[in-house]
Design a binder for this molecule. Structure first.
Ligand code: MG
Length: 329
C-alpha cells in the first residue's frame, strides 16, 4: 500500500497548507481550497471512531490499538479519558445525544449513560457471540445499525483472538426499544464504515476485506434501504485507492467523505471524485463537528486532525448538534 509522506507530519497544534485538492470546480462550495489542516493530537497508535459531542464542544475517539479512549477540546486539548477502553472502535451519538460504542473487547454494542456508566446493549445474534462490532450509526427512527467484521478476533493488536461464532460478517440492525437484532445484509465480506444518505433511502457500507487478504475488497457498496429495515440491491459505489475506506460520512448535500490511506476523498452521489484532503498519516475515519458543524475531524494513525469545511454532516448526530446550537442560542 502506498503510504503518505510522514515527514510532512506537523507538530501538534500546527497546520499544513496545501492539503486540499479540488477536482471539480463546484467542490469549492464544500471546502475552501486554502483551508488548513491542523494536527490536534499525536502520540497514539491507531486512532478511530471519532464522535463529536456538541453539548461539550469536545471530540472523542478511540485509540483501538493502545486501548484508550481519547478526548480533545479547544479548552483542554487532547487527553486520555478512559483506559483500558474495552478495545472500543467506532462511536456515534443516538437521538438523545448519548454515546454508543463498538467494543472489540466485549464483542458488543454499548452505551454511556448520562451518569457516565457504560452498559451493554447487545452482544449475541441467535445465541452466538458477535465477531467484533466495528462501526455504528443511528437512523432517525432510533434503530442502531452496525458492522461486524472479524478484526477484533483475528488481529491480536485490536482485541483477543478467538473463534468466529457467526456464519459471516453482517450488517446488523438493532432496535433498542424491542431489543431485537436482525441481519440487514449478509452481502459484504468485511463490512466496516457505514453512513446513511441524507434522506436515509441509501446506506453506504465499506468492504475492507483487503485489510487481511491481499486480493480482498477495498470499496464502498451502496444499498437501497427497504422499509427502513433491510438492505437490498448492493452495488459497488466506489473502489478506494490507495488503501481502504475504513470510515465514512455523508454531508448535508449527499456527498460521501471517505477515508483512504492518503487522507479523505470527497465523492459525489454519482461516484465522481470532487476533492481530496491529503493527510500525512494513514487515515481511518472522519466526522463533522465544531461549533457551527462545519469542521471535519479526521482520525489518522497517531493523530487527530481538523479542517474547516463549508458544509456540515447529515444524519442523527448532525441533528443532535443542531439542537445543541439552538439551545445555546
Ligand atoms: Mg472501522
Amino acid at each position: 500500500m502506498p503510504e503518505p509522506d510522514t515527514s510532512a507530519i506537523p507538530a501538534v497544534g500546527e497546520s499544513l497548507n496545501g492539503a486540499v485538492g479540488i477536482f471539480e470546480p463546484g467542490a469549492t462550495d464544500l471546502i475552501d481550497r486554502a483551508a488548513r489542516l491542523t494536527r490536534l493530537t499525536g502520540g497514539g497508535v491507531w486512532a478511530e471512531g471519532p464522535v463529536y459531542l456538541p453539548a461539550e464542544g469536545a471530540l472523542m475517539y478511540s485509540d483501538v490499538r493502545a486501548d484508550r479512549g481519547m478526548r480533545w477540546s479547544e479548552a483542554s486539548a487532547g487527553r486520555i479519558w478512559r483506559e483500558p477502553n474495552d478495545r472500543t472502535n467506532g462511536n456515534t451519538l443516538d437521538r438523545e445525544g448519548r454515546v454508543l460504542h463498538c467494543e472489540h473487547g466485549n464483542r458488543r454494542i454499548a452505551r454511556t449513560e448520562p451518569d457516565g456508566t457504560r452498559v451493554g446493549l447487545v452482544d449475541r445474534y441467535q445465541g452466538k457471540r458477535l465477531n467484533s462490532p466495528n462501526d455504528i450509526v443511528v437512523k432517525s427512527d432510533g434503530t442502531i445499525w452496525f458492522t461486524d467484521p472479524p478484526y477484533g478476533i483475528v488481529l491480536p493488536d485490536e482485541g483477543t483472538p478467538a473463534p468466529q461464532e457467526q456464519q459471516g460478517c453482517f450488517v446488523f440492525r438493532f432496535d433498542p426499544d424491542r431489543g431485537e437484532l436482525s441481519v440487514a445484509s449478509d452481502a459484504i465480506i468485511h463490512p466496516n464504515g457505514l453512513a446513511f444518505s441524507a434522506d436515509e433511502s441509501l446506506l453506504y457500507v465499506s468492504d475492507t476485506s483487503a485489510a487481511v487478504d491481499g486480493n480482498g475488497n477495498h470499496h464502498i457498496v451502496v444499498f437501497d434501504v427497504i422499509d427502513g429495515q433491510h438492505l437490498e440491491r448492493p452495488r459497488v459505489f466506489k473502489v478506494m485507492d490507495p488503501g481502504l475506506a475504513d470510515g465514512l460520512r455523508v454531508d448535508e448535500r449527499g456527498n460521501v467523505w471517505s477515508s483512504a490511506a492518503d487522507g479523505i476523498h470527497v465523492i459525489s452521489p454519482d461516484g465522481i471524485d470532487l476533492a481530496r484532503i491529503a493527510v500525512p498519516e494513514i487515515t481511518s475515519n472522519c466526522v463533522f463537528g465544531g461549533l457551527d458543524g462545519r469542521r471535519l475531524f479526521i482520525t489518522a494513525s497517531s493523530s487527530l486532525y481538523a479542517i474547516d469545511t463549508s458544509v456540515g454532516g447529515a444524519g442523527v448526530a448532525a441533528g443532535v448538534a443542531e439542537r445543541a446550537r439552538h439551545d445555546r442560542g
